[in-house]
Design a protein around this ligand. Structure first.
Ligand SMILES: [Zn+2]
Length: 442
């Protein structure tokens, strides 16, 4: 496995967070908690004063909000509030806004979410990428980026900026490169580190492992922007002989949110910027550490769009125990996908993309797939499976069929005669936006 980096403490994520908090190293949990309580009180009061949305919010509690328990008295902010933007959430004058990001909700043609960022926030994002990537990147490393990066302000573009600060060399792999073309890019460039969406990384790794060419060896791979299935993490580690790091974040958190350390025991949160709660998605009640629920974020730095108790729609657990890596920063673990993304099966049970990912990506001949539940009775689960070179065989098809059939909810629905399976092998699948389980009428 890859070596861990012996970075000086102030160059670690803890070091970065400590600097942003004005606290001494090593960080202690009580000191971080006290800092967060003080910032929470400031941010809540400031949002109430400067953001039209929060200023006019009904149901606002009396008295200061300056403890973690007090926070639970505030109403939630939801993605729909950002979409409606009436009253607007933005707390800065237009002249102080450095960038506006428009996010189309995937799969809909409804109005988009708009987020505004100040120059300070964009700088903090670059700074987080710099120190997050520094967990496994050394000065002089070549780093291949498999995110789109041609557009200024894109994630790839921000990574190029952050890696420049680290003294690393960025290589942008064209977004439209096939898995085979991307594998050739990696062979020629010989990077130490690769970053990209997990299934894009997997497709490249499996293509390269199957094509009989020179093996690619890396120190580390960072998977971001979609859930990293444990099956994908294992495959990447095995094919590339590297450490595989996960990253959690979304545009609402300033892109970066939390990054996996050398202990691979969850993603450490950037706690100088974000306060995280986990709540029961059904009733909004706060859940204790360790319980799986919806990730709710409150921003702790001045923001163009302050967010108080923002319901992210992501399911995960919060771990506040000390990490084996030595960091005291809280971790998000057990990422379980998006709320409401599971699709009910006829006669009971449900199927999710996460379940299918965990089952199908365990097969070495699966590089990517799309899944569609076709309505009707029986319904049909249609799997279009991309295989690496030489993988389009009857044996692969049978293995995919068997792996899907072994998922308990699929097996139960099939046994009731309410669900059929259809498997087709293809060279590549296209996803319209982020990967998700699709539904279609018969
Ligand atoms: Zn750790």
């Amino acid at each position: 496995m890859a070596a861990t980096l012996d970075a000086p403490l102030d160059a670690t994520l803890d070091g970065w967070v400590a600097r942003r908090m004005g606290l001494a190293l090593p960080l202690s949990r009580p000191a971080v908690d006290a800092w967060q309580r003080a910032r929470l009180a400031e941010r809540v009061a400031e949002a109430r004063r400067t953001s039209p949305f929060y200023r006019t919010r009904p149901g606002w509690p009396d008295g200061p909000i300056d403890t973690f328990d007090d926070l639970a008295r505030l109403p939630f902010t939801r993605p729909a509030d950002l979409v409606r933007n009436d009253p607007p959430l933005v707390a800065l004058s237009q002249s102080a806004v450095a960038r506006v990001v428009t996010l189309q909700t995937s799969g809909t043609s409804g109005p988009p979410k708009r987020l505004h960022f100040s120059a300070d926030e964009l700088e903090a994002t670059l700074d987080f990428f710099h120190h997050g990537m520094g967990t496994f990147t050394r000065p002089g490393d070549r780093v291949a980026i498999l995110f789109p990066g041609e557009r200024p302000g894109s994630v790839g573009d921000a990574l190029v900026g952050a890696l420049g600060r680290l003294g690393a060399v960025s290589l942008l792999v064209p977004a439209d490169a096939t898995a085979a073309e991307a594998a050739e890019h990696l062979r020629l460039a010989r990077p130490a580190v690769v970053v990209g969406p997990p299934v894009r990384l997997l497709a490249v790794a499996r293509e390269q492992a199957a094509d009989g060419g020179v093996p690619i060896r890396l120190r580390a791979a960072l998977a971001s922007s979609e859930r990293l299935s444990p099956a994908v993490a294992r495959a990447l580690a095995s094919i590339w002989g590297c450490a595989v790091h996960d990253h959690w974040g979304m545009t609402e958190t300033g892109y970066g949110g939390a990054v996996d350390c050398a202990a691979h025991a969850g993603c450490h949160l950037r706690e100088a910027d974000l306060l995280v709660e986990i709540v029961d998605p059904a009733n909004g009640a706060r859940l204790p550490p360790g319980a799986c629920g919806e990730v709710v974020v409150t921003t702790l730095q001045p923001r163009a769009v302050p967010l108080l108790r923002y319901r992210t729609g992501d399911l995960a657990r919060l771990d506040d125990t000390p990490c084996a890596c030595g960091s005291v920063l809280r971790r998000l673990t057990g990422f379980a996908g998006r709320i409401g993304a599971a699709v009910p099966l006829p006669g009971g049970g449900e199927i999710s993309l996460e379940t299918l990912d965990d089952a199908l990506f365990a097969l070495p001949s699966v590089a990517d797939f799309s899944a569609t539940l076709v309505g009707g009775d029986p319904a049909v689960l249609e799997l279009l499976v991309a295989t690496p070179a030489g993988g389009r065989t009857a044996a692969t098809r049978a293995a995919v069929w068997a792996a899907a059939d072994e998922i308990p909810a699929v097996r139960a629905a099939a046994a009731r005669g309410r669900l059929g399976l259809r498997v087709a092998l293809v060279d590549a699948v296209r996803h319209d936006g982020k990967r998700r389980l699709l539904r279609r009428a018969a």
